[in-house]
Design a protein around this ligand. Structure first.
Ligand code: 0PR
Length: 349
């Protein structure tokens, strides 16, 4: 029997989802193309330019630089790498919220920079006063998260921009998950709202592109230059990406997903996801659980570990937060019926 891929019918804590049909088809067509060698594979290189252009539209940046990365981990690592390479400190550091994704720990380790984590406030957004206290003349980059992994919070990006410019550091925004829903909210999160230098936005999360499709964007060419190495035996002269050979499927899938959905279908995804998140938040609150209210389509609730384990045994793919809460990410595949069935299972426990 053929092994079957995961069915999404009970997947509630993942930040990936079912690809859009157009994206699936485009990915399959470009499986053998390598955007890492744009002169040999010019068609996929054109698609990548279009994808970056579209990502610029979504994030409020005309004439963006960047590329389709393998995911948010690579985009975050590249942001730290560019900042480190551009810094004149002998001992550069990164100041990030404690709510930042664990990819920053990998970046700090690989790049040998110090990672300083600032605590969050009562609403789980980074405390800007703490960021200011941690930042100094050796700070290469200040990080803000627009859509945190655990609670979907949006850090005060413009205020972080002020701190970054005061210490002459770059400002990086991790919108890997939030980037495809935030355009439909009034949060300040992107290049148009603050002096953001680099940004992560992943088509393979809320964008409904097939994996691997991350997005790394930069305001200035200097950032890409700081990442580029010479590639003498390829026809193209240099390469700013972290990986060499890359997925043509990722690039073509990302471009097709965005082309098919931006902006209207993404707006519908956001509205449906947000309504579902608010519905499940109310359902859990009315049953006496402490709920972290959703500011984006992501709910956490203080459901006892034993109940979470019972849901897992019933086939629900739910992973608790570090603090142990049940976490429901209202991705495009998550329907109201799924959530009703989850709540019914909780009631039956
Ligand atoms: N930045 C943020 C804000 C993220 O949430 C994530 C991943 C990353 C960066 C890193 O992105 P990549 O995993 O694409 O490199 N957030 C999810 C997490 O760690 C990733 C995930 C997705 C986990 C699907 C499980 C899953 O089934 O929880």
């Amino acid at each position: 029997m053929q092994p079957a891929p995961q069915d999404f019918g009970r997947v509630l804590s993942s930040m990936c989802t079912e690809p859009h049909p157009d994206a699936r088809e485009a990915a399959e067509r470009f499986l053998a193309d390598n955007p890492g060698d744009p002169t040999t594979y010019p068609a996929v290189a054109d698609l990548e330019r279009e994808a970056v252009e579209l990502l610029g539209e979504i994030t409020g940046l005309d004439d963006p630089r960047g590329y389709v990365a393998s995911g948010g981990t690579e985009a975050n690592l590249q942001a730290v790498r560019a900042a480190r390479n551009l810094s004149d400190s002998p001992d550069p550091n990164v100041v990030a919220p404690e709510s930042a994704h664990f990819s920053f720990q990998k970046a700090a380790d690989v790049l040998d920079v110090e990672l300083r984590l600032a605590p969050t406030d009562g609403d789980r957004r980074v405390d800007v006063a703490e960021v200011r206290r941690l930042a100094d003349e050796d700070t290469a980059v200040v990080v803000g998260v627009a859509g945190t992994t655990e609670y979907g919070r949006v850090d005060p990006i413009p205020a972080l921009g002020d701190v970054a410019s005061d210490v002459d550091a770059l400002l990086h925004v991790d919108a890997a998950w939030g980037g495809f829903v935030l355009p439909f909210t009034d949060h300040e999160w992107n290049f148009a709202h603050a002096p953001v230098d680099t940004l992560a936005i992943d088509p393979h999360k809320m964008g409904r592109a097939p994996i691997p499709a991350g997005g790394f964007l930069a305001r200035d060419e200097a950032v890409l230059d700081a990442l580029a190495v010479e590639t003498p035996y390829l026809e193209s002269a240099s390469q700013p990406t972290l990986t060499g050979t890359r997925s043509g499927a990722g690039v073509a899938g990302a471009r097709a997903a965005i082309d098919a959905q931006w902006p209207e279908a993404y707006r519908e995804n956001y509205e449906r996801g947000q309504a579902n998140a608010e519905w499940v938040a109310d359902a859990l609150a009315s049953r006496g659980y402490d709920v972290v209210e959703p500011v984006l389509p992501l709910v956490a609730a203080d459901v006892p570990r034993g109940e979470i384990e019972a849901l897992q045994s019933a086939g629900w793919r739910v992973s608790p937060t570090a603090a142990g809460e049940l976490r429901v990410v209202c991705m495009p595949h998550v329907t109201r019926e799924m959530l009703e069935s989850l709540v019914a299972d909780l009631d039956a426990l």
